[in-house]
Design a binder for this molecule. Sequence first.
Ligand code: PBG
Length: 334
Amino acid sequence: MRPISAPFPAARFRRLRRMAALRDLAQENRLSTADLIWPVFLRDGENVEEAIPSMPGVARLSLDRVVRAAEEAVQLGIPALCLFPYTDPAVKTDDCAEAWNPENLTNRAVRAIKAAVPELVVMTDIALDPYNAQGHDGFFVNGEVLNDETVEALVKMALAQAEAGADILGPSDMMDGRIGALRAALESAGHRHVAILSYAAKYASAFYGPFRDAVGASGVLKGDKLTYQMHPGNSDEALRLVARDLAEGADMVMIKPGMPYLDICRRVKDAFGVPTYAYQVSGEYAMIRGAADRGWIDGEKAMLESLLAFRRAGCDGVLSYFAPQVARLLGPPS
Ligand code: PBG
């Protein structure tokens, strides 16, 4: 589309900005509570809400509390929750076996939430890092993150989550070939309805720092994730990854982090026209919240503006730790 404009003064853009009602009529993109996926952190125990210092306002929740959060999500009109476990260091091993334990924290939470509010979409994360003594998303052997062996483990993890009742599986591991392997395993196990939201274009980013605190992975990570996550300088590679994951059976795709990668969101939406999501990650949340807490920015406005930007960039939805706060402001979707 080539924008057409008359010369001044025939064209005066301020005519449509003159009053709120005209601005409303001319507004191209809108943010709705229906666009939000709320990521929450789980921990063991009862009646516990444990603050995460690098994510003010976000806490690790015990199962009873997460069920309450799920009920709140339904009341607020938030369509989906995404679960991330904080795993006791004693349970982290090199073989990551807790990841596919049907009784692990995530799987217990999925069952508890689906029993209480079956209408809420529950999304789970597929990657080994919360369970890995080495802190990586895959098996770490002799200084290398193994691909194919990790994919086999991810399949076991996915089946346990699907069995527990997860609606959307979110592989965030960036191993090659995992989408096809997961889809095939889900189909043959009878989980035909379970959707895959692929973290297709996930960058090796400094913005994940507070998340790693939240899941207890910061202290244990050996090195960095550059051999499997994308280099921040790449853009064409994101399109190839999305194309590959769609061809392997992904139902939805994600770009992550969000705000520094809005150009990728737009390219992906334009190129493929598929359900496209972004993750406004922990570091993005911490920056806005941290500045707001110091009075350096208007936190509410910055939060809404940052999320509207994802819609403008072509995203159908966004994972954001601001989800409940935004939903309270915007109200339930009409
Ligand atoms: C790991 C995973 C990460 C996030 C989601 N899943 C961190 C990482 O890749 O190190 C980050 C989310 C956030 O920062 O909010 N599988």
